[in-house]
Design a protein around this ligand. Sequence first.
Ligand code: ADP
Ligand code: MG
Length: 310
Amino acid sequence: AIPLVIAINTSLAARNGMLVRDRIAMEQARNLDTVVFDKTGTLTEGEQGVVDIATVDGVTEEEAFTLAASVEADSEHMIAQAIREAADERGISRLTATDFEALKGRGVRATVDGAALRAAGLSRGDEPRDGERVHVGGPNLLSELEGDVPAALEQFADRAGENAQTVVYLVREGTPVAAFALADVIRDQSYQVVDALHELGLEVAMLTGDSEDVARAVADDLGIDTVFAEVLPEDKDAKVTELRERGDMVAMVGDGVNDAPALTRADIGIAIGSGTDVAVQSADIILVQNNPMDVVRLVTLSRASYRKMQ
Ligand code: ADP
Ligand code: MG
């Protein structure tokens, strides 16, 4: 039989917009030391728009948007959506591309058709080629490709980073030729959540695949204690383990496919609202109202129920 207190507890939770998949997690929430939040789509709205672009000499903005939108044609990532939207707004048409590949937590790659490039006047070099290998992605992609970043793009990225803007690069045949700055908005509730968790005596951490600069800017703004940035999807769970090895009881809050292993690894995995099926299936608790403040309610509810039990 289900102990009465826990039964009351979970139905109370349901009334507060929490779906409890693991009752023990509900009970344990009172003992949490640290709450780790995914950044994009959890602490921020996750809807990004392209706000600025930089190109190297000899590459026009139109060319950069054409190539980037062509390579991002098949990606569901919100960065891809933002780039396609920005290109559409400029009336830029896409070129034929093949061999799309999503590089999780890094970016995308594809081969842009050589004939299409020539027809658009965008082919480089003298030799007609079958196609060109084009990437779009962030710092994790650049370190993997080991290409040098031109000074103009590096300066652009530094400035964007200081403003908490996410930067992704357009890379032709291994050479970065343009950079796009995207702005995201911190959710109003995120400020309240961090303050409220601190008042409850908990530590707050953030985990993201985005750059150090952006992560720092968002964390400073919110007053977050610990930041893990430029973390690849397959390494997110290791960061949760790091915190647990300090002896902390850890909750992880995330919305994406990438967050699933970290949700599983945490003492309490919390999927938030618009979360993907994978995130939801990996979670102990689902915040159906997509409000991060429900994390605070979870802790207070758990503490209140426990006190009643004594
Ligand atoms: P987060 O950890 O913040 O939820 P992701 O793991 O989805 O973010 O992505 C991490 C980083 O990988 C992004 O900030 C971006 O630099 C890069 N990235 C991922 N997908 C794409 C894409 N489709 N286009 C460009 N960059 C991408
Ligand atoms: Mg996310």
